[in-house]
Design a protein around this ligand. Structure first.
Ligand code: MSP
Length: 655
């Protein structure tokens, strides 16, 4: 580990959060990771700037505000305030909280638009296609599910036909491919890069970057003389990463650009790994070192959604279990990039085992031994004499962990540090200081206790970014102050704390025997999360399936039944939909809207049997309720409904 770059600037960003939602565990996850990176890089001595904020424009926000009877700005003020409050409650160490409704952001975005236009990267044309307001994303006909549904979230898209400005994204295809090739760590985890490369190789269309059908957005620069357009919300939003540093206004903080790490969830990787570098190239600005995409959190094995009412409120968890324990859990539980599951059981296990047994208990032992044998006064002068082997072993581990931080192997970082705690706990058992004291080997016993104190001090330095509050308590107990100087002394120079006086404190992580929140009481936050947006590239399906293996219990949460179609009608004005009444036995009939019109006529379906997902929440399609789904298989030869091989009683369960 080296501290050569102490004047180096490090810029770390989270996505800016939409203000039509309140913060949930997913938002907290990204923000906690970014906070850890920022705290770590400040401690090491880097000149660090950490940015977060809210994304406040666009049709989705305008519509949500109207539904609440508020102006878009009133609504944005309210929700943005809640995000900021939560981060303040969580002691998130951001240097700037940007709002895209800030005046200087608007000026910066307009300047960027002008520059791209002058460069010849923007032209005016007409857009005709499909828009998903929920995802604020344009899709071609070919990308839609069953001709209507958004391929990311499944909701109905709307047909848009309007004059629009376009960004020449197609011109950047080769440059982007070269970027990914020459910088294999531009996208982290590296496995995710493949999806993006495949997507770009599939060809990029120019990107529609303005809208005329609503107002809630940044106007085009005056020089364009075109007042009808507002900017596409993703152009506006992505540019926050430079306007926050003063791009186009007061540019003194532009020294922090390019970013070291830009954290995003896997659902918005495409915007950050394709559009964003293309915009930056157009602006002649350098590109970030890493776009790091994390996975999604589920709750007790299930996807979180407002309709299921199982969205985890991070504040409630942190209040019950402690903020630092929650931070540790989030960072340790899941390898970065993979999906993770939140359950109170998993959190309790981490607290009781890693934090209570390994870390907290070691501090107890230090307090006990130092108090009993040495009146709390510890001197390191003989540690090297008796424990060079252990020191070499732990320094070798600790000097090697920084790499795991900036390549986002955060769980690995913690695992390595825990190896050191194991060495310390084992040394106490192996050397038996109580026996040494009995045998009048006071010098050896002091060396051993001092070794443990030093290990604890070194580990604390490296855990400060993960659990700032608890580590402060440990530091107070060890009589040390964690700062860059101590980092240099103990980690970089592999030196020791000369002497210190231990202070007794209460147990840091008392054992938790029972869940602290009855599951049903975990308050639900309102959330827009319906389901993780599906990733773009079907080549990644196999990997995702491996990542998302389910248990048999999860499978049986889906009720599959044989149904008999008793009525079938075409849905007027829909190319794809048939409206079916399906008998599911015991007097139960469900109305199902199925996108199968191109493959089956209404008449031929009557009295035939189908396999039905019978416990699906109703959804509206073309204004009508659909209460289930038919199972079907589709390949290049067309679509076939799945049916029982021989007739079954309607309502027969499929397993
Ligand atoms: N406003 C855009 C980002 C613009 S950045 C220039 C946006 N906002 S969001 O509020 O919808 O999502 C913000 C982040 O939260 C995304 O990175 C998304 O991946 C993350 N998460 C939302 N739900 C999540 C989980 N259940 N689990 C983990 N993270 C998830 O997209």
């Amino acid at each position: 580990m080296s501290n050569q770059n102490s004047c180096k600037e490090i810029f770390i960003t989270t996505p800016i959060y939409y203000v039509n939602d309140v913060a949930h565990i997913g938002h907290a996850y990204t923000t906690i990771i970014a906070d850890m990176l920022a705290r770590y890089s400040r401690l090491v001595g880097y000149d660090t700037f950490f940015l977060t904020g809210t994304d406040e424009h666009g049709q989705k926000i305008e519509t949500s505000a109207k539904a609440k009877g508020k102006t878009a700005k009133e609504y944005a003020d309210e929700v943005s305030g809640k995000f900021k409050q939560l981060w303040d409650d969580f002691d998130i160490s951001y240097d700037k909280f940007i709002r895209t409704t800030n005046e200087d952001h608007k000026i910066g975005v307009q300047k960027a638009f002008e520059k791209m236009y002058q460069k010849g990267d923007i032209y005016k044309g007409n857009y005709e296609g499909n828009y998903c307001v929920g995802c604020e994303t344009f899709f071609t006909d070919a990308q839609l599910i069953e001709g209507e549904g958004c391929p990311d979230c499944g909701r109905a898209t709307s047909r848009v036909k309007e004059e629009s400005y376009f960004f020449r994204l197609s011109n950047y295809e080769d440059k982007l491919l070269k970027l990914y090739e020459q910088n294999p760590e531009f996208i982290l985890p590296k496995a995710k890069a493949k999806e993006i490369v495949n997507f770009v190789q599939g060809g990029l269309n120019d990107l529609s970057i303005s809208r005329t059908s609503f107002d809630w957005g940044i106007k085009l620069p005056k020089s364009m003389n075109d007042d009808n357009h507002v900017m596409y919300v993703w152009l506006d939003a992505l540019l926050n990463y430079i306007t926050a540093l003063g791009y186009g206004t007061d540019e003194k903080n532009m020294k922090y650009w390019p970013a070291k790490v830009q954290l995003v969830g896997k659902d918005i990787l495409r915007f950050h790994a394709i559009y964003w570098p293309a915009f930056l190239m157009s602006l002649d600005l350098p590109l970030p070192d890493h776009i790091a995409a994390h996975g999604w959190w589920t709750r007790d094995g299930q996807k979180m959604s407002k309709s299921k009412g199982n969205v985890v409120n991070p504040k409630e968890i942190a209040d019950a279990y402690g903020l630092d324990a929650f931070r540790y859990f989030m960072l340790r539980e899941v390898p970065f990039g993979q999906d993770g599951d939140f359950s109170q059981k998993a959190l309790m296990d981490r607290i009781n085992s890693d934090l209570g047994n390994d870390l907290g208990n070691l501090l107890n032992r230090i307090q006990g031994m130092s108090g009993k044998y040495f009146d709390f006064k510890i001197n390191s002068k003989d540690v090297k004499k008796y424990h060079q082997k252990e020191l070499d072993e732990i320094d070798a581990i600790l000097n090697n962990v920084e790499q795991y931080i900036f390549n986002m192997q955060l769980n690995r970082y913690l695992e390595e540090i825990w190896k050191v705690l194991t060495i310390a706990n084992k040394a106490i058992g192996d050397y038996e200081p109580w026996a040494m004291m009995k045998n009048n080997q006071e010098e050896q016993a002091m060396a051993l206790v001092a070794l443990i104190v030093n290990i604890m001090a070194k580990v604390s330095i490296l855990l400060q970014s993960v659990m700032p509050e608890k580590i402060l308590k440990i530091a107070n107990s060890l009589g040390i102050e964690i700062n860059t100087d101590l980092y240099n002394k103990l980690i970089v120079q592999k030196d020791l704390v000369d002497q210190t006086t231990i202070v007794k404190i209460d147990a840091l992580f008392p054992r938790i025997e029972q869940p602290l929140l009855p599951s049903a009481d975990i308050q639900e936050v309102e959330s827009k999360v319906e389901k993780p947006r599906k990733e773009q590239d079907k080549h990644t399906q196999d990997n995702q399936e491996e990542d998302n293996l389910i248990t048999i219990d999860q499978f049986f949460q889906t009720t599959l039944k044989v149904g008999t179609i008793i009525e079938a009608q075409e849905v007027p004005k829909s190319k794809k939909l048939l409206k079916l009444q399906v008998d599911l036995g015991e007097g139960q009939t469900k109305q199902i809207l199925a996108g199968i019109k191109e493959y089956y006529s209404a008449n031929e379906l009557i009295d035939t049997q189908v396999c039905v997902v019978a416990n699906l929440k109703p959804a509206k399609l073309m204004g009508m309720e659909s209460q289930g789904m038919l199972l079907a298989a589709k390949d290049e030869n067309g679509l076939s409904l799945l049916r029982p091989e021989s007739k079954k009683i309607a309502g027969t369960k499929i397993s």
